[in-house]
Design a protein around this ligand. Structure first.
Ligand code: FAD
Length: 460
């Protein structure tokens, strides 16, 4: 008999925590998971899933607009935000129930309470006031929206959490931020007919992505009527008769019914008792872990967004799974934090795998760049003024494809599959030897023949 109440106590039933709990229980461990909000975590309740459902809803606007080019007469359309939110909530409840069932079936005890760490093997449950012990503790508490400096009026703004539950669609919104969440929500609102402005402190949205994608999405958003203000942040927010007035560091004032902050996320470690238990935290409050997700305390581990590694669902799931295999399955396993594909579910959508061009240039002695910008077939009849874009980056010495960047319909689906090839070390010759599937967008990736020459080089 173990001297502890549990072999594993997981704090947080999100992507990483649920996977780790189920796999560990499958190996015969006695497992409990504490969840203070809803089982499923950010991805299911307040992230990937509800967001993508809203993206789907917003894209019908394009379908209605494009339909006449294909012979359709579309009558008057109208959109019911409340109906969408109700349908989305129903789906989230279904998913949450499925997560609960899976945990139950695996024999994992779900404790619906806030939990904190009381020592290397002790967890305090805030609701009941009980302390329980565990051989190992897994911190899988995820992250929460970061609200920036404490500027006057900050309490009036919403975050992605509230944006997913607004009782009514606002007439106008300002989204502060330039990362994928800000860009996606701006796209959703704009497509649903909301007067939308993006305010970003940097000079261009989507820092870290390939410059071509950043430029081309900016262009597409401007064409779609999204106002983009860069180089400034809000330093005060006031209530007005109809909504809010946001005062920018430039002196400009922007008014809208709602202001949403999507300026970053911060790991959920505050008040968790980790430092008192001897766990080292990083600059941003994230749990510092080794490649097996172990913290500076031997019995305490962490996976997912709380570790400040790559804040994406599939990564949290893999980390949770590898932790359980290592600690309870006798199969020590690290996960690769390379070849992680990413997407921005903007409209048009974009996705990337591998290095952006500016980084590839630094890493390679010679870089071959292949680019294609074209009018997608659907736009020929719809008349939509939008171009698709694809880029392959090839290490000139090895011939390997080290970056693939796509903007246009289905970009995320295309890049997911390109990731398999690129991870396996496919060369440009392998891409060229691959038979095209016609007529598709993706075939462009296996039919790019001409290297792209920068205009200055070409002129020289
Ligand atoms: P989470 O899923 O955040 O789970 C943590 C859980 O811990 C939460 O349920 C929380 O309530 C609970 N908790 C916290 N503290 C305590 C405590 N003390 N006691 C008890 N319970 C506690 N990723 C993608 O891959 N693709 C996307 O398209 C995507 N879109 C996103 C869109 C938005 C708007 C957001 C916010 C995120 C998105 N993400 C996306 C990121 C993704 O949701 C996260 O990377 C993922 O959920 C991280 O999983 P996790 O297990 O680390 O934590």
């Amino acid at each position: 008999m173990s001297k502890f109440d549990y072999d594993l106590f997981v704090i947080g039933a999100g992507s990483g925590g649920v996977r780790a709990a189920r796999i560990a229980a499958g190996y015969g461990a006695k497992v409990a998971v504490a969840e203070e909000y809803r089982v499923g975590g950010t991805c299911v309740i307040r992230g990937c899933v509800p967001k993508k459902l809203l993206v789907y809803a917003s894209r019908f606007a394009d379908d209605f607009e494009d339909a006449p080019g294909f012979g359709w007469t579309v009558g008057e359309t109208s959109f019911d935000w409340a109906a969408l939110i109700a349908a989305k909530d129903k789906e989230l409840s279904r998913l949450e129930a499925a997560y609960r069932t899976n945990l139950d079936r695996s024999g994992v005890e779900i404790i619906p309470e806030h939990a904190t760490v009381e020592g290397p093997n002790a967890v305090k449950l805030s609701g009941s006031g009980k302390t329980v012990t565990a051989g190992k503790i897994l911190i899988a508490t995820g992250g929460t929206p970061w609200m920036g400096d404490d500027i006057p009026g900050r309490e009036h703004v919403i975050t992605s959490n509230e944006a997913l539950e607004l009782p009514a669609l606002p007439k106008s919104i300002i989204v502060a931020g330039g990362g994928y969440i800000a860009v996606e929500f701006a796209g959703i609102f704009a497509n649903l007919g909301v007067d939308t402005t993006l305010v970003y402190r940097g000079d261009k949205i989507l820092r870290g992505f390939d410059e071509d994608l950043r430029d081309r999405l900016t262009e597409a958003y401007l064409k779609r009527g999204i106002n983009i203000v860069t180089g400034h942040i809000f330093d005060r927010i006031d209530k007005t008769g109809t909504g809010l007035a946001g005062h920018l560091t430039s002196g400009q004032t922007l008014e809208a019914e709602k202001i949403m902050f999507a300026i970053g996320r911060t790991p959920n470690t505050r008040g968790l008792g980790l430092q008192q238990a001897g766990v080292e935290l990083g600059w941003n409050g994230h749990v510092v872990v080794d490649e097996y997700s172990k913290s500076s305390v031997d019995s305490i581990f962490a996976v997912g967004d709380v570790t400040g590694r790559t804040a994406l669902t599939p990564v949290a799931i893999r980390e949770g799974h590898a932790f359980a295999d290592t600690e309870f399955g006798g199969k020590p396993r690290m996960i690769e934090h390379t070849f992680i594909p990413t997407a921005v579910f903007s409209t048009p959508e974009l996705a990337s795998i591998g290095l952006p061009e500016h980084e590839a240039q630094e890493r390679c002695t010679r870089l071959d760049v292949y680019k294609a910008s074209f009018r997608p077939m659907r736009a020929t009849l719809s008349g939509r003024d939008e171009r698709a874009f694809m880029k392959l980056l090839v290490d000139g010495d090895s011939g390997k494809v080290i970056g693939c960047h796509v903007l246009g319909e289905g970009a995320a689906e295309i890049v997911q599959m390109a990731t398999v090839a690129i991870r396996l070390g496919a060369t440009k010759a392998d891409f060229d030897a691959t038979m095209a599937l016609h007529p598709t967008m993706a075939e462009e990736l296996v039919t790019m023949r001409e290297k792209w020459i920068a205009p200055t080089e070409a002129a020289g």
